[in-house]
Design a binder for this molecule. Structure first.
Ligand code: LMR
Length: 394
């Protein structure tokens, strides 16, 4: 039977990880996959995670199954972190999922189950795996304009024009903060206009929030998600703990289905649990338990927030340094957007050929769409990257 299998399209981000690994050059620079690295190139286990794991090792006396939705305490803690009471807890159905990607996958399945004919509007560009999963599920994808190639900001009027075409029963996928892959984000006024558009069209928003705490701060980064969730009749949220807790491989995420009526919650909760059962039964627990312990313990939480703040400020510092260095070398302000972008990524807005030229000549690895992971830099490598960008004539 396996002779019928066909090669699948390679994932651009994962392929790049392998090419980087295979490159023998000692000074190669990895600005590919979205993983935070400190100045020494290490992706550390956060202090609060280590401490919670130690306590867990000492006190956990069973590994028996949790529930199909995962531990309810995890849902409570994460709903509070993301929504902070913006909607009543009773209006939110939620299940733990294997990472943010698991939440995204389950969210799409939920949409397909509820509305097989739904169109899913995605930003152009978006995280490539959004499109890949939607294609895999045979769902209808509509791209809306998002990135302005000239300013490297958001083409907001283009976005709104395209989204005006959405109808009740369609889904609009939005990045809650730290847009991946561009780093360009909506401002508060623009988010309000998006809410108006959602109310006018009746389309259901799905918010992917994978980088809360990496942009302007934990509260600031969740503000748009809270605004949307509290304003529309129904909303889907996929949250990830991979980046802000640094627990990438533990696969920890939460899928939320928010509605304005608590009476709907029971059915939504049962449906999400059913979807978990079909796909993997019980969701992974270790990362979720660690996150719950951190969020529910004042000392651990304060330490986690402090370390997350260091991570965020480190990335902001690298952004300013890179923008300054490029200004110095180019004698122009045309790279100012790098300091304006937020989150791990910035899209340079250049061609795949120039990206390849920097890889071949300088051992600098960024995704072919010119997305670079700012966290892959440090104070010493910023000038190296800046010079390569100018040498490549970008
Ligand atoms: C990324 O965009 O690099 C991360 O979300 C990792 C991944 O799975 O693609």
């Amino acid at each position: 039977m396996f002779e019928t299998l066909k090669p699948r399209p390679a994932d651009s981000i994962l392929t790049l990880m392998q090419t980087f690994k295979d490159d023998p050059r000692p000074n190669k620079l990895d600005l590919g996959v979205g993983v935070y690295k400190d100045a020494t190139g290490l992706t550390p286990v956060m202090r609060a995670v280590k401490a919670a794991e130690k306590t867990l090792w000492e006190t956990q006396d069973t590994k028996v199954y949790t529930g199909l939705a995962g531990d309810p305490a995890f849902s409570d803690a994460m709903i509070a972190l993301v929504l902070d009471g913006a909607v009543p807890r009773d209006n939110v159905a939620a299940v733990a999922t294997p990472g943010g990607t698991g939440a995204v996958r389950q969210a799409f399945e939920l949409v397909r189950m509820a509305r097989p004919e739904a169109r899913v509007f995605v930003s152009d560009p978006t995280w490539p795996n959004h499109i890949s999963i939607l294609n895999y599920l045979n769902m209808d994808v509509v791209r809306y304009r998002y990135f302005d190639e000239d300013s490297r900001g958001v083409n907001f009027s283009g976005m709104m024009e395209d989204l005006a075409d959405a109808k009740a029963g369609d889904v609009i996928l939005l990045h809650g903060c730290c847009h991946n892959p561009t780093g360009a984000n909506l401002n508060a006024t623009e988010w309000k206009s998006v809410v108006d558009l959602l109310l006018k069209t009746g389309a259901v928003p799905m918010i992917d929030i994978a980088y809360q705490g990496f942009g302007d701060g934990l509260e600031e980064d969740a503000a748009a998600t809270r605004l949307v969730a509290s304003s529309v009749p129904e909303c889907i949220i996929a949250a990830s703990c991979s980046k802000n807790f640094g627990i990438y491989r533990e696969r920890t995420g939460l899928l939320m289905a928010v509605s304005q009526h608590s009476a709907a919650r029971k059915l939504h909760q049962e449906t999400l649990a059913f979807l978990n059962r079909q796909n993997y039964s019980f969701p992974p627990d270790h990362g979720a338990r660690v996150v719950t312990m951190i969020l529910n313990d004042d000392t651990l939480r304060a330490d986690w927030m402090a370390e997350l703040e260091e991570v965020r400020n480190n990335m902001l510092g690298l952004r300013s340094q890179l923008a300054r260095e490029l200004q110095r070398l180019s004698g122009s302000d045309r790279f100012g957007y790098i300091a304006q972008h937020r989150g791990m990524f910035s899209r340079l807005g250049t061609t795949p050929e120039k990206v390849e030229e920097m890889r071949a000549k300088n051992g600098i690895y960024m995704v072919s769409d010119s997305r670079m992971n700012i966290a892959g830099l440090n104070a010493e490598t910023v000038p190296v990257l800046a010079k390569a960008i100018i040498d490549a004539g970008i």
